[in-house]
Design a binder for this molecule. Structure first.
Ligand SMILES: CC(C)(COP(=O)(O)OP(=O)(O)OC[C@H]1O[C@@H](n2cnc3c(N)ncnc32)[C@H](O)[C@@H]1OP(=O)(O)O)[C@@H](O)C(=O)NCCC(=O)NCCS
Length: 319
């Protein structure tokens, strides 16, 4: 019997989980309001279990078990996440945390356990590897200095606007579109594109209702949600999330319809999000993508983003 105990979390524990996350990794602060929103929002796509972790009666961490609602054949992946406050975050306790998560993960009926470590967190990485996980893939994280790159970004955005004008493609925010069908249109573009993101676990079918929950989250605003339209139909989108309490402004998604790929629509919509962020006085933004996602890696590098520590994704058989 180890020293950590898992207790089912309540909604009020979301802010604590965000605090632990932030304390464990101050370079990537987590917003408590956004966390609470997601904990409070039921999903048609995912099943989530959340725990507060205690030691000797003290709250010292949190643990999360998430998986897609399973139907049909194929591997059943479960994602195991959690962290501990810095003062108790030793290799032995992270190991015990992960061991506890694995018990919960197996109990879901999963066949494959997944977990992550950030590239600048060797302590967690060695614990994960020590528990027999193998590296599956990496994601790249990037940061763009909007102060130092201001002039370049504005010039690139102007070039993109001209290119879009020539191609007959309109750039605007979702808020500027009156038609109610706009939500279904962005959902369809986003869903088609999500199937082209390199991944090990297949992209799940996401309902319009779940998509709208993402769109309504407290860090997302329709007047900061950029879209491209051709002949009145939405063909691309790029969205920066603005955490209301703490955190770094971050691209939550960039996607274009397959029918317009290579025309500069992603550069143009992403460019508009950056120009808007500059106007709002934001000094830097982050973005992330799979390490095999060649087009977006190219776009990020061309826009001046600099690599920061990404995530290593691990997996092992649940058996
Ligand atoms: C990534 C994505 C948004 C790019 O959309 P797009 O409209 O084709 O992008 P653009 O036309 O603005 O720019 C594409 C750039 O990538 C380059 N590119 C395309 N395929 C490439 C490849 N295999 N290797 C390197 N560069 C590539 C293009 O040459 C172009 O660069 P350029 O402007 O310097 O010529 C689109 O492919 C997509 O929706 N993918 C699925 C969703 C996704 O991966 N989103 C991003 C991560 S969350």
């Amino acid at each position: 019997m180890g020293e950590l105990r898992f207790h089912a979390a309540t909604l009020d524990d979301a802010a604590f989980a965000a605090d632990v996350w932030t304390a464990a990794r101050p370079s990537a602060p987590v917003d408590p309001v956004v966390k609470r929103y997601w904990w409070a929002t039921p999903s048609e796509t995912y099943v989530s279990e959340r725990y507060v972790v205690t030691r000797g009666g003290e709250r010292i961490g949190f643990a999360l078990v998430d998986h897609v609602r399973w139907d049909g054949p194929g591997p059943r992946y479960v994602s195991l996440r959690g962290d501990l406050l810095p003062e108790v975050r030793t290799a032995a306790r992270l190991d015990e945390l992960l061991a506890g998560l694995e018990v919960k993960g197996r109990a879901t009926g999963a066949t494959v356990l997944r977990t992550k470590a950030v590239e600048d967190d060797p302590l967690r990485e060695s614990v994960v590897r020590g528990r027999g996980y193998r590296e599956d893939r990496r994601s790249r994280r990037w940061e763009l200095d909007l102060v130092g790159n201001r002039a370049r970004i504005l010039a690139l955005a102007e070039e993109s606007r001209e290119r879009m004008r020539r191609a007959g493609i309109e750039l605007c925010t979702l808020a500027a579109i009156a038609e109610p069908s706009k939500y279904e249109q962005v959902w369809r573009v986003g869903d088609e594109a999500a199937r082209d993101i390199p991944t090990t676990e297949p992209h799940p079918d996401e309902s319009l209702e779940d998509y709208l929950q993402w769109l309504r989250s407290p860090d997302t605003r329709e007047d900061r949600f950029w879209v491209a339209r051709r002949e009145g139909r939405i063909v691309g989108l790029s969205v920066l999330s603005y955490p209301p309490v703490r955190g770094i402004v971050n691209t939550s998604y960039t996607a274009t319809a397959r029918s317009v790929r290579g025309l500069g629509v992603a550069r143009a919509t992403k460019g508009e999000t950056l120009v808007q962020a500059i106007g709002l006085g934001v000094d830097r933004v982050r973005t992330g993508n799979d390490a095999q996602n060649a087009p977006i890696l190219h776009i990020n590098a061309a826009m001046g983003y600099r690599p920061i520590a990404g995530a290593i994704e691990f997996m092992k058989d649940a058996g």
